[in-house]
Design a binder for this molecule. Sequence first.
Ligand code: PPS
Length: 570
Amino acid sequence: MPLSNLVPIPELYVSYESAQKLKGEAAELLSWDLTPRQICDLELLMNGGFNPLKGFLSEADYNGVVDTMRLADGTLWPMPITLDVSEKFAEQIAPGTDIALRDQEGVILAILSVTDKWSPDKHHEAEKVFGADDLAHPAVNYLHNVAGPVYLGGPITGIQQPVHYDFKARRDTPNELRALFRKMGWQKIVAFQTRNPLHRAHQELTFRAAREAQANLLIHPVVGMTKPGDVDHFTRVRCYEAVLDQYPASTTALSLLNLAMRMAGPREAVWHGLIRKNHGCTHFIVGRDHAGPGKNSQGEDFYGPYDAQELFREYEDEIGLKMVDFKQMVYVQERAQYEPADEIADSDKVTILNISGTELRRRLREGLDIPEWFSFPEVVAELRRTSPPRSKQGFTVFFTGLSGSGKSTVANALMVKLMEMGGRPVTLLDGDVVRKHLSSELGFSKEHRDINIKRIGFVASEITKNGGIAICAPIAPYTATRRAVREMIEAHGAFIEVHVATPIEECEARDRKGLYKLAREGKIKEFTGISDPYEAPEHPELRIDTTGVDVDHCAHEVILKLESMGLIKG
Ligand code: PPS
């Protein structure tokens, strides 16, 4: 039995009695409503998953972590765990203040005793932690466009765990997992981190990894926050449960980890290792492109495919876990089995079959065959259930462009054409109409425009989730806000951004509402294109200019795009 599993990992919770008392007192304190990512971080801080951290990082620890992957006392820790807040909230806080940390329903989860408050250099953080200050990296985008500008640090007093209603029996704290391993007499445990459904290749790989290490296996998927666009965790957990039956009985456990991933590749691998060590594991599988964020804005990979393995190897002793490096498993048709790619010689002259993630998504989208050698029928059935062919899924067409560019007119024509085709309910969220019904109290400051667009995004994502078609037609002048809406919607279906790129001269010449004239005279302030910016989309799914083109033709172009994406059948 590894020694570490005989002793519990320190948690930050106080006793039940103290928690009840503290809860009463905390009601009087200033409160911070935690974001979904902060709730994930707090849970792992409190239950010891982030041991040795005792709270959100102080400024000195943060600087050490960002620059050298070490806390101020020299302990290895690769990821900044900080409490980011708004400037307005930070103004009320000074070192020495206690604040109540609440979940999104207002339940008090913990008290933060603030020792540090500072405004971080986010460009520096992005460069050092994620390797590039590039918004194509999901965590860099989060850092600049979602996270607040001020960080608070200090120790945490844990009052209660965040509440989960889903898969309760599959969630374990580090100490619960340690106790399970003790009870089962498991001495060596290989952890497998994943944010994707498991197919046969993963099952083979994890099974072999455990056998080679003569260890038991822990499938330890992340169910907190993963990469935007990933398969939702409800679907994935049902898939994992199906795959669990494929391992020899009592050799393998499945436990869900409420981690908010950062997709930081090499640094993330080291972080994942430390977290698994805290959960009582002895070995950790690090794959090709571990926790990779995809391509950067130049279309290149952020990290080399084996950077994560190299960094992990460098720190293996300090992490206290042995790395099991990923052996890529491939299917050999002639032998009807999976084999490690590096064990197949050229002289074998065999046929190797593979289906990439992109190809799998295409087949699911188009309702095409997914062969049995690739995945388990239960997993495929589960994936098909949540991702029906695209022609049956909901989607959002998001028009953006200047006032008078023709957004509403084309959107209206598109709506009618889609209704004529039938099949799915269609809702038009036009800029003016939304401002009348949903956003009547808002003006045109950046802050108000962002709220307006996020409301539209929220409604559109609900429509998309429920299988309908949402057509949005606001100006939506800011790239970051449009991206946030895209992320909200792509979790449920396709997002088609249509830039109505009619030049401002044409919009102004039309001046259908007489607003440009008033804006030029200074009678309307903050008017988009005149006295307020419009950030044109760089890569919209479609760009149309309505100058001299009839509406019918423009709407038809959108229809053709939807057909080419398999969203509607011609
Ligand atoms: S935003 O930026 O996306 O929130 O704008 P949106 O909700 O689409 O509202 C734009 C419509 O409001 C009218 N209007 C203005 N537009 C831009 N800037 C200023 N200051 C402004 N004041 C009023 C205008 O009629 C827009 O409608 P469209 O259909 O775009 O012409």
